[in-house]
Design a binder for this molecule. Sequence first.
Ligand code: NAD
Ligand code: G6P
Ligand code: MN
Length: 456
Amino acid sequence: MIITIVGGGSTFTPGIVKSVALRREELGLTEIRLFDIDKERQDKVGVLVKWILENDLKTDIKLTVTYDVEEAYKDASFVFAQMRVGKYAMREQDEKIPLRHGCVGQETCGCGGLAYGMRTIFPMIKVIDDAAKYAKPDHWILNYSNPASVVSEACRKLRPGARIINICDMPIAIIDVVAAAMGIKDKENIVYDYYGLNHFGWFTSIQYKGEEILPKLRDYIMEHEILLPDAYLKDKKALMSNNNTNTEQNRHTKGSWYYVWKGEYEIMKNFPETLPNTYLNYYLQCKEFVEHSDPNHTRANEVMETREKNLFDGIDRYLATGEIDESVFYAGSHGDWISDLAVALMNDTKARFLVITENRGAIPNLPYDAMVEVPAYIGKNGPEVIAQDNIPLFQQGMIMQQLNCEKLLVEGCIEGSYEKVLKAFTLNKTVPSMKVAKEILDDMIVANKDYWPELK
Ligand code: NAD
Ligand code: G6P
Ligand code: MN
């Protein structure tokens, strides 16, 4: 049984490999293949992956590190996709260009996310086509590649029926933080209800062993004026430091992530009934997020200076000395989530997951063809979505604006239509006017000349 990781040179590859290798018996896993277009980067990550499989976990799982499409996909049962098209250099542009025009600079939200989407649509379609050609007929592609919302809409439109499930680790990262704040150790006993688009949703219920804990959580957030566990807050300076290496704290609480946990308080102070996804901060507090952003040093810089640097320095040290420091890579919820999803598909467990999938009436007052993020039971034939009721006007209004923005972007990208892409940028809630949308788009066309289709 073969799992192919596309974007094998990703900073998340070692963590995913560890999670999946720990589940090798449930999966019947015999081989892991890494596939990337950046040889130097993937070769280095491959060194660490080999160490994890052979020395750390002492498995006999075969490792293949390849740059050849056929060798990568041949007879694979699962394809885990996690490409960053344009790598961190382009993430930096996605974040910095909008900030220059006074708009939110974020890799998956606002104009930055739209730019990243335009780079990723066609490479993702290629993954689907390569898998269809070479992988097992009943393969599944589990996709983390961002921006997952735009990517999933493009896949729905261009390759309907493709065996792909788009996923995100943010809701479970939020549940990790909620569990830590509430003193819950057995987070597997937490069940939640949620609806929205990717990076654009709300928790309507969080139950622990059958008890609704959202009211208790709300009280906690109001009292602490932030959604972070006490233990994390002891030393605020360390918490906000980019180089915060306290391993008890998950990566989502480091550096500028601090502001979104603070923002959860700001949002719930006004709208207390639901727990928002942290990404809603970029839409509901656009002005404030621009104000505390540093246009010359964004999250892309933080990641390059920490997660990416620590990983590749750690690999170089291992190559020079033979000694490994496991803290150079992150293993945890991110890898567990995609690996557990593979286990559910493989073993037809009907376990409950949040997935990004076509609405098909699950939320009656959203379009039938919207790619929504909702709970589903996962069996061998894919997600069985759990139907929900109509959603409130506020959330529905926000979702419709974002959904139509993303749909226009995908249409514009496929048709090569400047006007449609400009409409998408103009419709985004983080952009104040058509003129600003056009200025940002024109700068982005120049920055993305090696990646975007031509817009006429
Ligand atoms: P990274 O830059 O470290 O790794 C991405 C890798 O993808 C690079 O090695 C790059 O060479 C490779 N790549 C780029 N284009 C490719 C292509 N066409 N084919 C094959 N490989 C290609 O980035 P990272 O920070 O580790 O993130 C990896 C991806 O995972 C990103 O898309 C990121 O947004 C996504 N991500 C998603 C979630 C989620 O919740 N959905 C969570 C974390 C990360
Ligand atoms: C969360 C989101 C991902 C996003 C990541 C960014 O995990 O769900 O979609 O890629 O955050 O984290 P980073 O540490 O790269 O800023
Ligand atoms: Mn995500």
